[in-house]
Design a protein around this ligand. Structure first.
Ligand code: FE2
Length: 183
């Protein structure tokens, strides 16, 4: 594998692994503030981040002896209002800078598996950004919990949606039994 794409996979693995745990911490905080639906959203998206991290990790299986990864994330205790703003800002970064650049480089270097992993993550992150934005509008406007139905996450690519389970995942084409529901 080309070194630049390999390093980008390592960075993305660190970033998504940290997001996974960070959102679980944010979910606990939302529960403590009695925002159970925002907590559920954080847990669903945390699961999606772990799916993305696993896909990046899988694409690095040729590496022997381990690797050092950095989360590239600023993190510290805060209330749910602040946590949602930080979540939206994090999504802005991965959608506008990190993944578009990683996808482009993987394509230029002919690294198809890495390119697919980055593309799945990019498409998923755009959905996460919309959901976090809705949640922060609720909490900043009426200071109330998000009103939201069942959240479905594809365990193959991380695709996330609210509502019915699709027959096929629109991102990776996995069948409906691959979806995990957060209610
Ligand atoms: Fe999928």
């Amino acid at each position: 594998m080309k070194k630049l794409t390999e390093q980008n996979l390592i960075n993305a693995f660190g970033s998504e692994s940290h997001s996974h745990l960070r959102y679980l911490c944010f979910a606990n905080q939302a529960d403590a503030e009695e925002f159970p639906h925002i907590a559920r959203l954080f847990r669903a998206i945390a699961f999606s981040e772990s799916v993305q991290a696993h896909n990046h990790y899988q694409a690095l299986r040729h590496l022997e002896g381990g690797f050092v990864s950095n989360s590239m994330a600023i993190f510290g205790p805060g209330d749910t209002k602040r946590n949602l703003l930080s979540a939206v800002m994090g999504k802005d970064y991965v959608i506008t800078e990190m993944y578009p650049a990683y996808i482009e480089i993987a394509q230029l270097q002919g690294e198809r598996e890495a390119g697919r992993s980055f593309t799945w993550a990019y498409l998923t992150e755009k959905m996460h950004r919309k959901l976090f934005w809705k949640a922060q509008e609720s909490i900043h406007g009426k200071r109330s919990d998000l009103i939201i139905g069942p959240i479905r996450v594809c365990a193959i690519c991380g695709f996330t949606r609210v509502g019915e389970i699709p027959n096929k995942c629109p991102v990776c084409k996995a069948t409906s039994e691959n979806f995990t529901t957060f209610v």
